[in-house]
Design a protein around this ligand. Sequence first.
Ligand code: AGP
Length: 607
Amino acid sequence: MCGITGFTGKGTALPVLMQGLEKLEYRGYDSAGVTLADDQGLRTFKAKGRLSELRSIVENRELHQHTGIGHTRWATHGVPNNLNAHPHTNSTNTISLVHNGIIENYVSLKQMLENNGYVFQSETDSEAVVHLIDYYYRRFQDMETAFKRAVRDLEGSYGLCVISTYAPDTVFVARKESPMILGISDEGTYCASDAPALLEYTRKLMTLNDGDIAVLKPEHIALFDAKGNEKKEEWMEFPYDLQSAQKGGYDTFMEKEIHEQPQTIRETMRGRIEGKSIVLPELDPILGRILRADHVLWIACGTAYHACVYGQMVLNRLVPINSAAIPASEFRYGNYYVDKNTLCIFVSQSGETADTLAAIKRAKSSGAATIAVANVLGSSLTRIADATVYTCAGLEIAVASTKAYTAQLTLIYLLAQKLAEIMGYSTREHDEIITYLNELDRLTQETIDIAKPVIREYASMLKNEHDVYFIGRQLDYVSAMEGALKLKEISYIHADAYYAGELKHGPIALIQDQTVVIAFATQPEVASKTISNIKETVARGAKIILITDQNTPAEGFTYVIRIPEIRPDLACIISAVIFQFLAYYAASERGCDIDKPRNLAKSVTVE
Ligand code: AGP
């Protein structure tokens, strides 16, 4: 969602802030701003729209301050405009603040502050916080005390960065349920809502823990827990370089990330197959609880939720206990039965999705055992879960998830096999499973090579469509759901997914002459049934793009992609690259901003 950068040090703050914000552009935003501080005062610049607007305002000005904060805002409270853009300042222009998240008690805080004479300029919840800090500064006459005291009054979620003329070389930082990374180098200290903003300057990073406060000075950072006790910093060397946060010769991050999948699948498998065994030692601390689980819930949002549906279906084939996938936004409020015999598996690329975090907290408070399947090291989800298994997809920058999705499917497949083994259910197909898993990266590359020469032509069929339908049965339905999501999120073509067998119960009424139907038939057990359903749509004039295996008869279909020979329960993983390319080229032909689709954010850290 919104992006935050902050710096204090020897060098000039503005370039650090602007370059950091550029690296966070992928998160989605609709306005941007910076404040710079020195003992002469605060200077704030804001602009609605792209960062280039802000850049045109600040360039050619003499701005050599050493301390500053920056923000890209994705509107939640109040429309995108200059007044609602961050940073927000107090009325005497002595304190400036940027905020990610939602202050849930801002109405009562605003009331209290207005009763004390404060005048609000914006419609945002965030502005209440800057006045609150001012309110406490007037009482304590010390910025650090005022900041810490104000943070205690906040309810909701926040990543906060504050600077002030009262402490012009300091950045005050706090976080709760909103990501915040700290960094340090010989040049100064840094903060940002995501690591790519800092990688150009340092790889010595640390995640600020939930509820903690950091006070950044040019040469060191002081950390405090929620009770105000000083804590020791725990720096780590960030494992990715800036290159992996850049496009590496491709036009877009999404294109690059689609091509990276053979490698990211390989990385996700690395060390997890030894001979004929699947090894996931991360599960050791909860083996007893897995053994006693009498039902399994898979919980996540968006693409990660689709990976959960895959997990549910794969596990249901292996063990005779109930397994269900539930969107996190539903689970957190729904009447789903959870107790100490429930195993809840949470899947998230970022590990910071607000609904998924709320869902895991709900599961834990009901006594469930929890496993996180996450991509971002040390993210909030991984710190709450009883056990974490990491996908190793590397940095995913494009808003549309691609390599994180196939890494999730791969790891979920391994996890399902392992859970079945721990629960005492063995499969006669074990050797074949291991053989195909070892081939998965190569088969993904082969699918890319098969799909690429034809997919542009198929994608051009979609260019002027208003509605496209994705259909499949069983595991192919997972591909249908994720294919439809990919197409709509980046090309803005309306797309829906249906179980092929459900078509004649309603959706077939939508099929007319030339309607495009994208059909998956990679599951031999039901392929002939799916083909019959497809023919029913052809009879009503549909144009079909068929993604199928090597053996399913496909006479009469013009647009067919056959995936390489693979076990049917792994077919979803390799066929993903086909619908990712399809969505990519359709969006590209329509001139869409592929890496930053409208209204979307990479990491949805608000509810
Ligand atoms: C998919 O392309 C989207 N970016 C979105 O659905 C995403 O998968 C969802 O918001 C969950 O994100 P997470 O994996 O970081 O929790």
